[in-house]
Design a protein around this ligand. Structure first.
Ligand SMILES: *[C@@H]1O[C@H](CO)[C@@H](O)[C@H](O)[C@H]1NC(C)=O
Ligand SMILES: *[C@@H]1O[C@H](CO)[C@@H](O)[C@H](O)[C@H]1NC(C)=O
Ligand SMILES: *[C@@H]1O[C@H](CO)[C@@H](O)[C@H](O)[C@H]1NC(C)=O
Ligand SMILES: *[C@@H]1O[C@H](CO)[C@@H](O)[C@H](O)[C@H]1NC(C)=O
Ligand SMILES: *[C@@H]1O[C@H](CO)[C@@H](O)[C@H](O)[C@H]1NC(C)=O
Ligand SMILES: [Zn+2]
Length: 948
């Protein structure tokens, strides 16, 4: 699945409930023999009682192919319900003798046979099917259970046929409904999201990734619509069904693949396509308005390139004749890699040159690349079970940067992966409550347990660890191993050790590669234990030591590790600008004499090629800081960003003093590059939150103004007084950083600039002069500086906008006003669905809480309305995000008391899905109080001493 949102909001809430229920009902699968009198004695009967209580299929049957016909209704029935009807058959082989058929089925109603059964069983290729004894649905484990009067014969093929109907709900899972308006007319799209366990909600199927089969799809659909599926359509004919004229579209059979990769869509969308004659037909589908406005053009341009890149990289041809990509108005994840029909949310596929920012464009590029990487890694070769999901998603995350870099070579995307994935992974994995990348198969059984794996660790840490592997093997060796792996396991399923095995073969055959241990020995430490090390280098003695890095020094890891929280660490390092190659740390502590020095600076983990943080002895910190101040360009740009990020995080963990961290920001007055600035801005954000209501704020503003002023001047110059846009992608990002931080620190002229732009727009609403890259920050700053007129104008444009990306930027900007009455009114709007869509309500409240003036208003607001919020927004709000967002500034005794009181007063009403978040907020508030008391004086003094 694509990135961004791993689980839809409504799913997230129900999962917790399911997980609790599941623990209570996990029952070990028991296979024992029993002595039934009526049967022949030589053939013992298998006791299959209770097999349907197990969440895993018994492995007795193996599907070969399915024939599926579905008919979604795009208008509600007499009861106001949207439904689909269908029938399907599955040909399966019996691989172990059994008298029981378990096939997944969820929320489907069946047409019973004259005998009162849910299904019909016949033999294929001469096999004779036993009679059905009894059938029923198991709701908890999501099975259709079919008990037979006699057993199926090993090696024989059978055909199981069913007729059923389901709801085409707007629940974003299985076969579901998405709606939008076009020219004032409501349109309905029927579409799918099967991963991980919702194919069973569309038709009965053996819904496990290793149960690969071929799918023959047929869709029945209204006359004015088009139907799409994984395979190319074989033709559409008009038929009469239930006295209605409808279209029937049949599709080419799919490759042999997993159920979770199936997709089908009925819509009245239109498309653009690659030129005739191309080897693979590429089509981009979306709402008519969007395609006609050219919003699919960018995706079409880059898809062919990226597909070519992956065919070369994997040394494996794309096996399908077409690649459809479709943008859907309602979609839970970022995108989904269905083989041949990739589905996206609109912001992940559509790009509007005027309305979209360079960040929006980058997102489209990365997501397309991520999904195309899955065509091989995931689709052609699939994990055996969900416990190895990290391999699929981690790989797609890593490879997405390679494919996107090929499409946009000037964007430095391979470097940006450090900011976008690795820093995110560090943050998640530094908590005592983190978890290992790889789970045990028996720990992942229920749909809730499976869905919970779609998290930052799986995606970002998975990507970071595979990038490290590729770095120490070198990219060509890694790619050769992948290619061999894909060749051997094509159309099959694997576990992660299969990949280690193939890579090891390539390593063994290559005399150039020297590793201190096997791939398995090295990599298992990174995937079977949670967390990552901080490596401390003492240049006085040459000693290197590793320790498990935890952000909160007072916590202990939530689980034990077979490897004692030690890793095999590849250390690429340099000494005063000279690359020194790679050294392996294989013990808790070791000595490497070349690292001993008392004059040169040592820099380790160059370009963050390994997944760990680095600390040094104070003298080496001094030497690094001094190099940054004299000529920072001697240190590679990624490492400059990493020094800042490591120092601030080591300081939070109390491993080094906050002064060292602050010292790493001094060189920023000379820095023009985006990555170091972005790392600093992210880390300083915590200082703003903790201090923006105290005297420290003035000192912080003054210090940073001195740092950012030269950057503002630089961009003013580069852009000919803000009339142009810098040509480089990362410069475009850093220009936004300059304006945002410049406004926050009151660099002269910037407030007037943003106000003037906004005023120009107000005077001519049809012509917005603000470049899309800068809209978020300009809207925010102009509305903050302005009054009611600016706010009302912004609100009007928000309500009139038909572009989701533009509306989001305005929605944020409106939260920046400094006028309490406007903020309070906006808070009221947030819970009025006619004003703010329900799905956006939490965002608005949290944005307002991000504003130092809005913070107490938002806190009062949610306390006053808690019962109402809980009852009316149950399914559509993320309560955790709400609680954590509104309390993230809390750092005083008084706020802690209020929070505790809030918890006590609402025990009866409850906190919905936010019970854990309330406790977390209390913990965080205490940690913040401690940090502020330990650091306030010191920070104040440092800022005062270091301000120009
Ligand atoms: C089959 O196994 C179940 C539980 O494992 C047991 O309760 C039941 O008595 C067994 N049935 C027969 C017929 O042996
Ligand atoms: C399934 O569909 C395919 C393609 O239409 C057809 O050739 C085959 O006979 C069908 N199988 C069964 C058992 O109906
Ligand atoms: C399935 O049957 C249940 C129980 O009769 C009913 O409530 C539900 O609406 C039915 N769903 C569909 C899609 O027909
Ligand atoms: C921070 O920098 C100042 C001035 O360069 C220096 O005197 C001080 O020792 C540094 N502090 C630390 C902890 O490195
Ligand atoms: C502005 O640009 C000019 C030439 O392009 C350069 O000489 C000057 O140093 C620049 N000024 C700043 C502040 O970057
Ligand atoms: Zn993915």
């Amino acid at each position: 699945m694509g990135k961004g949102l791993y689980i839809s909001k409504s799913v997230g809430i129900t999962l917790i409930v399911l997980a609790v229920a599941a623990v209570a009902t996990i029952i070990a699968l028991s296979v024992v023999f029993h002595n039934e009198k009526s049967r022949t004695v030589e053939k013992p009967q298998i006791n299959e009682t209770d097999q349907w209580k197990s969440y895993r299929l018994p492995g007795t049957l193996s599907p070969q192919y399915y024939n599926i016909t579905l008919w979604p209704r795009l208008v509600p029935d007499a009861n106001g319900m949207y439904i689909f009807t269908g029938h399907s058959g599955v040909a399966f082989t019996c691989v172990k003798e059994t008298g029981l058929i378990l096939i997944h089925s969820n929320k489907l109603n069946y047409t019973l046979t004259p005998e009162g059964h849910h299904a019909k069983l016949t033999g294929l290729e001469g096999a004779e099917a036993p009679a059905i004894k009894k059938t029923w649905l198991e709701v908890e484990t999501q099975y259709l259970v079919i008990q037979l009067s006699e057993t199926l014969q090993v090696g024989k093929i059978y055909w199981l046929y069913m007729e059923f109907q389901g709801e085409l709900a707007n629940d974003l899972g299985g076969f579901y409904r998405s709606e939008y308006f076009e020219n004032g007319v409501k349109k309905v799209v029927a579409t799918t999201q099967m991963q991980p366990t919702d194919a069973r909600k569309a038709f009965p199927c053996f819904d496990e990734p290793a149960m690969k089969a071929v799918f023959h799809m047929t869709l029945i659909h209204p006359l004015d619509t088009v139907a799409l599926s994984n395979g190319m359509d074989k033709g559409t004919e008009t038929i009469t069904l239930n006295n209605q004229q409808v279209l029937q579209t049949k599709f080419d059979p799919t490759e042999k693949m997993s159920t979770y990769l199936l997709a089908f869509v009925v819509s009245d969308f239109t498309f653009i396509r690659s030129p005739a004659g191309a080897e693979v037909l590429i089509r981009i589908w979306a709402r008519r308005e969007a395609i006609e406005a050219g919003q699919g053009d960018y995706a079409l341009t880059i898809t062919g390139n990226i597909l070519d890149f992956f065919q070369n990289y994997y040394n494996s041809k794309y096996p399908l004749s077409k690649s459809d990509q479709i943008a859907l108005p309602d979609f839970s994840a970022g995108a989904m890699e269905n083989w041949g029909l990739i589905t996206y949310r609109e912001t992940a596929l559509l790009y509007d040159p005027i309305m979209s920012s360079n960040g929006d464009k980058e997102w489209v590029t990365i997501v397309i690349s991520h999904e195309l990487a899955h065509m091989w890694f995931g689709n052609l070769v699939t994990m055996k079970w969900w416990n190895d999901l990290w391999l699929n998603e981690g790989f797609a995350t890593y490879a997405s940067y390679l494919g996107a870099d090929y499409a946009q070579p000037s964007w430095n995307l391979k470097d940006l992966m450090v900011l976008k994935e690795i820093h995110k992974a560090f943050a998640a994995d530094a908590l005592a409550t983190s978890h290992p990348l790889s789970s045990l198969e028996e720990d992942v059984k229920t749909p809730a347990q499976i869905s919970a794996l779609f998290d930052t660790i799986t995606y970002s840490k998975g990507g970071a660890v595979l990038r490290m592997l590729s770095e120490f093997l070198s990219e060509p060796v890694f790619a050769r191993g992948l290619s061999a792996y894909l060749k051997q396991f094509a159309y099959g399923n694997t576990v992660y050790t299969d990949l280690w095995g193939k890579l090891q073969e390539v390593v063994d055959a290559d005399p150039e590669v020297n590793l201190p241990a096997t791939i398995t020995e090295i990599m298992n430490r990174w995937i079977l234990q949670m967390g990552f090390p901080v490596v401390t280098i003492d240049t006085q003695t040459g000693s290197i030591t590793q320790n498990h890095f935890l952000l909160d020094a007072d916590t202990k890891p939530s689980r034990s590790s077979a490897y004692n929280y030690e890793w095999f660490v590849p250390i690429k390092w340099m000494k005063s600008g000279t690359a020194m190659g790679q050294h392996w740390l294989l013990e808790k502590t070791a000595t490497h004499d070349p690292m001993k020095t008392n004059s040169e600076w040592v820099l380790a983990n160059v370009n963050v090629s390994g997944f760990y943080r680095v600390n040094y002895d104070p003298q080496n910190w001094e030497r690094l800081l001094s190099q940054l101040s004299t000529d920072h360009s001697d240190i590679p740009v990624i490492s400059r960003a990493q020094i800042v990020d490591d120092a601030f995080n080591l300081a939070r963990a109390k491993i080094i003093s906050t002064t060292v961290a602050l010292n790493t920001t001094k060189f920023l007055s000379e820095e023009k590059e985006y990555m170091p600035w972005e790392a600093a801005v992210k880390n300083l954000n915590y200082f703003f939150l903790m201090f923006d209501r105290s005297e420290v704020y003035g000192a912080l503003q003054k210090y940073l103004r001195g740092k950012v002023q030269p950057l503002v001047e630089y961009f003013r110059n580069v852009t000919s007084d803000w009339t142009e846009i810098p040509s480089s992608h990362t410069d475009q990002y850093n220009q936004v950083n300059a304006i945002t931080l410049g406004c926050t620190t009151e660099v002269e002229g910037l407030a007037d600039l943003t106000k003037a732009w906004f005023r120009q727009w107000m005077e001519n609403p049809d012509k917005n002069p603000i470049h899309s890259n800068m809209k978020t920050t300009v809207y925010c700053n102009a509305i903050a500086a302005g009054g009611a007129a600016e706010w009302e104008f912004g609100w009007k444009m928000y309500k009139n906008s038909s572009n989701a990306a533009e509306a989001d930027k305005l929605m944020y900007g409106l939260s920046c006003t400094k006028k309490p009455w406007l903020l309070n009114r906006y808070l009221d709007y947030s819970l009025d669905p006619d004003m703010i869509r329900k799905q956006d309500a939490t965002y608005v409240i949290v944005y307002i809480a991000g504003n130092v003036i809005g913070q107490p208003l938002a806190w009062d607001f949610i306390r006053a309305k808690w019962n109402y919020i809980l009852n009316d927004y149950g399914g559509s709000l993320s309560f955790s995000r709400l609680i954590l967002g509104v309390t993230k500034r809390f750092s005083t005794e008084f706020e802690l008391e209020q929070l505790q009181q809030f918890k006590e007063e609402n025990v009866a009403a409850g906190f919905g899905s936010a019970a854990q978040a309330v406790d977390q907020a209390i913990e965080t508030t205490k940690a913040n109080m401690k940090w502020v008391s330990e650091n306030k004086q010191l920070v104040m003094q440092w800022l005062t001493e270091n301000s120009a």
